[in-house]
Design a protein around this ligand. Structure first.
Ligand code: NAI
Ligand code: 15L
Length: 276
């Protein structure tokens, strides 16, 4: 993997103590001249270092301080699974407004936003799905990522902040089950993708799926390939080599097995009142 320096003086990584933050820290640190890692204070304590700045994304003033002098952001911080609306509202909706407002006020030029495949999680599995198609989120979490994509679009149109919204699939060491054979993003391809988003000369406002070159991908569509070409992303991995190992690992019958969002379709509702 190339370690050509990034064209940004100061790069911020949010969610740095999380699973993907830890995966991305080494390649980003190798490429960035000045990397700042941020997360909630308690989480950040587990990955200490002189380059860390604790911050709760829901605290507007703290986020504004965090973005001072920051040229580009890899934004991973937030509530990362389906769950009740209240914490998702704070971390993913209020937090994202705080991030984009701070970027506008501080002159930050580019944000790579970890969106999610759950923006389109209610499409059928096996159906080729394209970033240009109507969203079909599968829960509060997917809706919060859709809000983030809308916010990114607005801040590009009105204030010229460039954004790549990455609808990440399943970024794990190995695909966990049969669904993962379609949704898997290897950690090496994740690093390639994020570095491409930071290196591309002009990303404007781009929405792309974050997935490896899986034989069974549901997102290998012309519009998605065009977005990857614009970013300069060329995935190298294919989940097919894990097929024999995980093909028999199926999610429960029903929406979880039928729809792209998989297990998230089995979470909720969160109110005691039964659905009609
Ligand atoms: P994670 O849950 O391991 O990490 C998220 C980090 O965000 C945590 O360290 C957490 O402390 C931090 N965070 C939560 N609320 C915060 C707040 N209010 N202020 C500051 N930091 C806060 O999640 P993971 O797996 O590392 O994912 C990273 C990002 O990528 C998330 O935004 C997730 O939604 C997105 N994503 C991940 C996928 C995956 O396969 N891991 C797939 C699709 C999207
Ligand atoms: C996501 O958005 C989640 O953050 C991650 O934990 C996985 O569940 C992933 O999607 C997935 O769909 O596999």
């Amino acid at each position: 993997m190339t370690t050509t320096p990034l064209p940004w003086a100061r790069l911020l990584l949010t969610g740095a103590a999380g699973t993907l933050g830890r995966v991305l820290t080494p390649p980003l640190a190798a490429a960035a001249s000045d990397l700042v890692r941020s997360d909630l204070p308690a989480a950040l304590a587990a990955v200490p270092g002189p380059d860390t700045m604790p911050c709760d994304l829901a605290d507007a003033a703290a986020v504004r301080r965090l973005l001072q002098g920051v040229d580009a952001v890899v934004h991973l911080g937030g509530f990362s699974v389906e769950g009740p609306f209240a914490p998702i509202l704070q971390a993913n909706i209020v937090g994202l407004v705080n991030l984009y407002e701070a970027a506008r006020l501080n002159g930050t030029r580019r944000i790579v936003f970890a969106s999610s495949n759950h923006v389109t999680g209610c499409y059928e599995q096996g159906r080729d799905t394209d970033p240009g198609e109507p969203p079909r989120p599968d829960g509060f979490y997917g809706v919060s990522k859709l809000f983030g994509e809308g916010l990114a679009s607005m801040y590009h149109d009105r204030y010229g902040i460039q954004s790549v919204c990455l609808r990440i699939g399943t970024a794990t060491v190995e695909p966990p089950d049969r669904r993962g054979l379609s949704t898997w993003l290897s950690h090496a391809d994740l690093a390639r993708l994020v570095l491409a988003c930071l290196r591309a000369p002009d990303v404007g406002f781009t929405v792309a799926y974050g997935v490896s070159a899986n034989t069974r991908s549901w997102w290998n569509t012309p519009v998605n390939r065009a977005a990857w070409a614009r970013l300069g992303y060329q995935p190298q991995d294919d989940s097919e080599r894990f097929a024999a190992q995980v093909e028999q690992l199926l999610l429960p019958e029903g929406p979880q097995r039928r729809l792209q969002g998989g297990s998230f379709l089995g979470i909720g509702p969160f109110d005691d009142t039964p659905s009609p």
